[in-house]
Design a protein around this ligand. Structure first.
Ligand SMILES: [Fe+2]
Length: 241
């Protein structure tokens, strides 16, 4: 397969991904129409998902990919995450906005986060890298919205949103280069859904924005709050998938 005939599919995949991101961004609720608790919740659930998972998922991409040129691009991304301590940057952002996750926030995204984690565990190079490309592209465009929410909460701590509104442009481009390399090495089977990971992650992001839209009673934030005194073992048994 030549580079020319590979260029078109990757381009169209990138265009479709950008369209999904733009649709998601366009659907965000107006921060000025949200209550303070709703704004807090979005920041808290975002933090709950990103702080502990982003580096883990990018590491999964390193493990999954096979093309020679993929690893240096992904490792550069990971280097920046670790060297500049992005999880701490995010934690500071959430704390300053009085939106550090409470026990109900991780529970609100539990089911959808689990589905994404299980997908990651399959280590499918093309679909996993496409999901991460979507993620980076979304994060970059989401930053001004997240900063707006934090500002409405009275925060002036914007290092996280400033850094990611810029560096994720390059990261997204890098991931689509990796995607092209992985597709060239292992062309996906035509009947496979390339966007499986993107769809799962999009659902998780929608849950961050509007919790409860697809959550069963057992896992709703309200129920989780009520379950606050329950033992951890009890919770695990109830939510086992
Ligand atoms: Fe980061």
């Amino acid at each position: 397969m030549t580079a020319t005939c590979l260029a078109l599919p990757v381009e169209s995949i990138e265009d479709k991904t950008t369209a999904i991101i733009d649709e998601l961004i366009d659907s965000l609720p107006d921060p000025n129409q949200l209550t303070s608790e709703e704004r807090r919740g979005i920041i808290a659930r975002y933090t709950s998902v990103l702080e502990g998972n982003f580096i883990y998922w990018m590491t999964a991409a390193v493990i999954a990919t096979r093309a020679e040129q993929s690893r240096p691009i992904l490792l550069d991304n990971l280097y920046e995450e670790v060297h500049d301590c992005h999880p701490l940057m995010l934690r500071k952002f959430a704390i300053a906005a009085n939106a550090f996750p409470t026990d109900k926030d991780p529970w609100a995204v539990h089911d959808d986060l689990t589905r994404v984690r299980q997908f990651m565990g399959r280590l499918s190079p093309v679909r996993l890298v496409l999901m991460m490309g979507f993620f980076e592209g979304f994060i970059q465009k989401f930053m001004s919205y997240l900063a707006h929410l934090a500002a409405e909460q009275g925060s002036m701590e914007m290092e996280y949103t400033d850094v990611h509104g810029v560096c994720d442009i390059e990261h997204t481009e890098g991931l689509f280069k990796v995607l092209a390399a992985e597709i060239a090495l292992t062309p996906p089977e035509p009947d496979k859904d390339l966007f499986e990971g993107v769809t799962l992650l999009r659902t998780l992001i929608e849950q961050i924005i509007r919790p409860g839209s697809a959550v069963s009673d057992t896992h709703s934030p309200v129920r989780s709050e009520e379950q606050g005194q329950a033992s951890q073992e009890d919770r695990q048994r109830r939510t086992r998938i």
